[in-house]
Write a protein that binds this ligand. Structure first.
Ligand SMILES: [Zn+2]
Length: 344
């Protein structure tokens, strides 16, 4: 009887293990990035994802056509050509309902962003600059497809964010029409953990496809979710590329076997953790690995009563728990080390 129980227990564990891994691989498939339509030779790709972790693709600007307009406050604004045509149609449509908008800013080149970064660095130091200025290459405004609107109300230009945000009803009417002209609202309310930005009713993004814009809008999802770069559910995942997504799956699979623990979020710690020093360190931790690529992730989780691991405190909120992974010779990720203060 005892051995039957033992057998049953082993069997159950095996079933659980299989289902966890089955879930992991299914998850992997379900979250594969939807291929963005390949750009035609003479046209730009209108679907690039540019955010805090996705850089503007190299050579993306090769076929970029822009126009420069002058807005009501006499600023020059550069916009991608088709996006501008669509914007003019949207604007005309809105005017039928006595809603008046103008363009605050649209395209900022990587060079211009670098200049802003340099100015801030000189003035306030590198730390402050890194916190306040979007990293050159990582702003959607580089594309010319991201448009910041401002409102004109009773003939008055309302350009300050804190003033604009008060006009909820007007924004709602604007947002209703976006998809008809191939635009989406980019930074949705309550999606900061996905987009990296708080709610911005004025920042719209042209994607050159009315059907897709309507699909995204009707589902109420972010561009990241539409493209499948966000796998989250109730968990925040902030990886950079497919590679890092695979790494997150490894972590989730490992974590699934931890006792009474609730996962809150996993974040890629950023390229700054990828240093020669850390590479050397991980190769020292596992000399057989012969690693060349490494990544650090930070996890927030909560432990319950019985963690099943003596190194973890019970009933505790863990923040920035470190996971160090490295690419093995098969191209997969090894979890090399992890812990509360795992770094060198
Ligand atoms: Zn913007």
């Amino acid at each position: 009887m005892k051995s039957v129980k033992k057998f049953l227990a082993i069997f159950l564990i095996a079933v659980m293990a299989v289902s966890v891994f089955a879930g992991c691989s299914a998850n992997n498939k379900a979250t594969e990035t939807k291929a963005t339509e390949a750009a035609k030779a003479d046209s730009i790709d209108y679907m690039p994802l540019v955010n805090k972790t996705h850089k503007l693709p190299d050579n993306w600007e090769k076929n970029l056509n822009t126009v420069t307009m002058t807005n009501s406050i006499k600023d020059k604004v550069e916009v991608e050509k088709k996006a501008y045509d669509a914007y003019l149609k949207l604007k005309a449509d809105l005017e039928k309902e006595d809603i008046y908008v103008d363009l605050d800013s649209a395209r900022r080149s990587v060079k211009e962003q670098q200049r802003i970064m340099d100015d801030f660095t000189k003035e306030y130091g590198a730390d402050y600059a890194a916190k306040t200025v979007a990293k050159p290459g990582y702003s959607e405004h580089h594309t010319g497809l991201a448009l910041d609107l401002y409102l004109i109300i009773d003939g008055k230009d309302i350009t300050e964010n804190e003033d604009m945000i008060k006009y909820k009803d007007i924004w709602a009417k604007i947002h209703e029409k976006l998809a008809d002209y191939g635009f989406i609202l980019r930074y949705l309310d309550g999606s900061e953990h996905i987009t990296g930005y708080g709610y911005e009713p004025w920042h719209i993004r042209y994607i050159d496809n009315v059907d897709t814009a309507k699909e995204i809008t009707s589902k109420g999802i972010t561009f990241e979710e539409y493209l499948g770069t966000y796998t989250g559910g109730d968990v925040t995942v902030d990886y950079k590329e497919k590679d890092l997504k695979d790494a997150v799956i490894q972590i989730k699979c490992d974590f699934a076997f931890w006792g009474d623990c609730e996962l809150k979020s996993i974040r890629y710690a950023g390229d700054k953790a990828v240093t020669d020093k850390n590479l050397k360190w991980l190769n020292k931790v596992n000399p057989d690995g012969k690693y060349k690529e490494i990544a650090e992730f930070l996890m927030d989780f909560h432990t319950g009563e019985n963690t099943g691991d003596t190194t973890l405190m019970s009933n505790h909120d863990y923040k920035d728990y470190q996971w160090w992974l490295a690419k093995n010779s098969d191209g997969g990720w090894d979890i090399v080390t992890k812990g509360d203060s795992a770094s060198e």
